[in-house]
Design a protein around this ligand. Sequence first.
Ligand SMILES: Nc1ncnc2c1ncn2[C@@H]1O[C@H](COP(=O)(O)OP(=O)(O)OP(=O)(O)O)[C@@H](O)[C@H]1O
Ligand SMILES: [Mg+2]
Length: 269
Amino acid sequence: MQHVANLSELRAKEVHAAAIEVAELSHVYLGRDGKVPALEDISLTVGAGRFVVIVGPSGCGKTSLLMMMAGLRRPTSGTILCAGRPIDVPDPDRVGVVFQEASLFPWLTALENIEFPLSIRHAPRLERRRRAEAMLNLVGLAGFGARYPHELSGGMKQRVSIARGLVQDPPVLLMDEPFAALDEQTRMTMGHELLRIWSQTNKTVVFVTHSLTEAVYLADEVLVMSPRPGRIIDRAEVTLPRPRTYEMMATDVFGRLRERIWQKIRKVT
Ligand SMILES: Nc1ncnc2c1ncn2[C@@H]1O[C@H](COP(=O)(O)OP(=O)(O)OP(=O)(O)O)[C@@H](O)[C@H]1O
Ligand SMILES: [Mg+2]
């Protein structure tokens, strides 16, 4: 019996070892001028706790793929499993999403914006407040909870947005160019902060960016996509140790990885 119990425990771990599994996914949009093949034969596995970055030319289908992983859009064909189960509709308990624009409600304070996903699920008021405040602390905004979005800088708004994505404690966080609107300095700081949060929370992160430096700095693994219809054309394992430091950007390993990814993208565009 003991043996059987161990076996099923092992199986459960195996299932959990993959946070996201995409198999033979293709997508065709029905646009105004006919069919737009957006994604073609995408298969990938994101291990639990991994930080995976997706890069690729504009319009190659990165946002579409993320929307499908979030259950916000159905692929034309293929399957997506999140924690071993299909994700057909948004499920904030399994997957949190952070978009490029902070998209906060201007009439709600920072704290109320973070609480929002909990209030639509009718979580008790005190519990909501407690969790939202913990998230505010986690993203380094303690004391700013009563501010409205227009009273916050771009970087602070993005922090609120990340806190909102994390408030339901989903095991997976999908981020679509979350720092694209920020200046370079703030962007670097935010990347570093995100790695701190990631290491403290054991989340699985799938992160889309156009910045190859950001990609290598953040990732365990970088997936490179071809132009539309997007396919995965390269997987680069980032072997740099953690925690990552700014000094690593000047190393040969960093430079070689960045160059390899750039050459892949350049060849196909
Ligand atoms: N609702 C839609 N109807 C028709 N075509 C669409 C729709 N949404 C996206 N597309 C097309 O699908 C392709 C992929 O779009 P998507 O937004 O996923 O690309 P992306 O890689 O995120 O681009 P970017 O890097 O510019 O954000 C594009 O050619 C786009 O025009
Ligand atoms: Mg996009």
